[in-house]
Ligand binder design. Structure first.
Ligand code: PFF
Length: 446
């Protein structure tokens, strides 16, 4: 369990890597459909509150542990608990994180495969002059085709694991540098288009007029889980990136920049998608297919729409790629820390995740009505329980370790803040983030 001496090549590289992990399907695909299914503005409001009160301080805690431990998550936790003189069982938290990322990656790859399908479709001009119902019907037909979905899922897993196998820092830094700014640019174009649609006013009203009556326990739980998911917090995946963070970089500043950008991307996609929903009389509660139906409709109306659509799916693919690399990294790092060769570890993890992903693929056809828990089929289960339950549990434990178990000096120096700043962080984590997460989790169990 030796210390790693690898570092991100620059400050910007670290911020880009964490942004790459945070911005992904969560912002562009999951946020709009969760908002649609959970009453619109109520969900949005809670999500922002949770990002600020839980996500931000816990993200700092998680990255700080990585930076203090300078090892893969499980080993960092083992090392730091020994240093702090507390139980070595904290290391199992690293394993719990790996299990969480395993299941998240299994569906993440399948849905990212949908973007590959749509990228190819838009290059082929499949959506030219298609009406909204036609586009909806072709998405439904696609879901019933497990072979096509498996092909795309396989391709995406190969893309992800080939970068992880080589080592994230060589490929990832360059990719991020170019692609992320382009993604923001195209989202801005999409936002600009949304303003011109008839549904824009209604979308804004629906998203931003607070409707407290729509808040219930399940909305609260979903919004909390989504805050963790979108920031990539709670699975020890950011901990793995923190291990490569230079010692002199300001952690709070980096984290704040990432969180604000993450919210901005989600809001922009939400506004764009719901403007289209309302101007075409589509259903906001459509579920996981929402983005794949609304965006082709939106772009088919823009001049040169197919090119924009193709570019959008291309960039979405890069955004999901950088997130899935982050999801895979801690699992691979765990095996590498136990003496495995990186390539072999990536091949093994990739194959296992791929296999489990097939259950999600089949959840739209032959396994559609096979219920694993309540009325949830595998896809519903795996897109709900790991993000909404496992991530908050992981985040909670990470926060307890950081704010109650680590010696003050070690934590303060790894956070890179003044004593006063440390005191504020500690009070927020100890007395707001941890109890709030616990209360929401417990009340949803009861
Ligand atoms: N934050 C990613 C997204 O919004 O798409 C998903 C994610 C990545 C969740 C990494 C958890 C994680 F550890």
């Amino acid at each position: 369990m030796n210390e790693t001496f690898e570092r991100w090549q620059s400050r910007r590289a670290f911020i880009l890597a964490v942004t790459g992990a945070a911005v992904g399907l969560g912002n562009i695909w999951r946020f709009p459909y969760m908002t649609g299914e959970n009453g619109g503005s109520a969900f949005l409001l809670l999500y922002i509150v949770f990002v600020l009160l839980l996500g931000l301080p816990m993200m700092m805690a998680e990255i700080m542990i990585g930076r203090a431990g300078r090892r893969s998550p499980m080993q960092a936790l083992a090392f730091l608990s020994e240093e702090a003189g507390v139980t070595p069982h904290w290391r199992w938290l690293g394993l719990f994180g790996a299990i969480t990322t395993f299941f998240i990656l299994s569906f993440y790859s399948v849905v990212s495969g949908w973007s590959i399908e749509y990228l190819i479709g838009s290059v082929n001009g499949d959506f030219v002059a298609q009406s909204a119902p036609q586009i909806g019907a072709s998405f439904d037909a696609f879901l019933l085709d497990p072979l096509r979905m498996t092909f795309n899922h396989t391709l995406f897993m190969l893309l992800t694991m080939s970068v992880v196998a080589v080592g994230i820092k060589s490929g990832l830094e360059k990719l991020n540098n170019v692609m992320m700014p382009l993604l923001y640019l195209i989202l801005l174009v999409l936002g600009g288009y949304a303003v011109t649609t008839d549904g824009f006013g209604e979308a804004i009203r629906w998203l931003f007029t607070p409707d407290l009556s729509a808040i219930n326990l399940s909305v609260v739980l979903n919004a909390m889980g989504h805050a963790f998911f979108t920031l990539a917090v709670g699975a020890c995946a950011l901990m793995a990136y923190g291990a490569y963070m230079p010692s002199d970089q300001s952690l709070p500043k980096a984290v704040l920049a990432v969180a604000l950008l993450d919210i901005a991307v989600a809001l922009l996609s939400g506004i764009a998608i719901f403007s289209v929903v309302f101007s075409h009389g589509l259903d906001p509660t459509e579920g996981p297919g929402l983005m794949f139906v609304t965006l082709p409709v939106a772009f088919s109306e823009l001049p040169g729409g197919q090119i924009w659509l193709g570019a959008f799916f291309m960039l979405l693919l890069v955004a999901t790629w950088t997130s899935s690399i982050n999801l895979a990294e801690p699992m691979v790092a765990m095996l590498v820390g136990r003496g495995w060769r990186r390539g072999r570890a990536a091949a093994l993890i990739g194959s296992l995740v791929w296999l489990v992903g097939l259950l999600s693929v089949l959840s739209f056809s032959s396994l559609k009505d096979v219920h694993w828990l309540g009325d949830m089929n595998f896809f519903a289960l795996v897109t709900t329980v790991p993000p909404d339950i496992f991530l908050p549990i992981g985040g909670l434990l990470i926060a307890v370790f950081a704010a109650w178990q680590m010696p003050k000096e070690a934590a303060a120096s790894a956070l890179g803040v003044s004593p006063a700043g440390f005191a504020v962080w500690q009070v927020v984590v100890r007395y707001i983030s941890i109890p709030l997460t616990a209360v929401v989790l417990l009340s949803s169990v009861i």
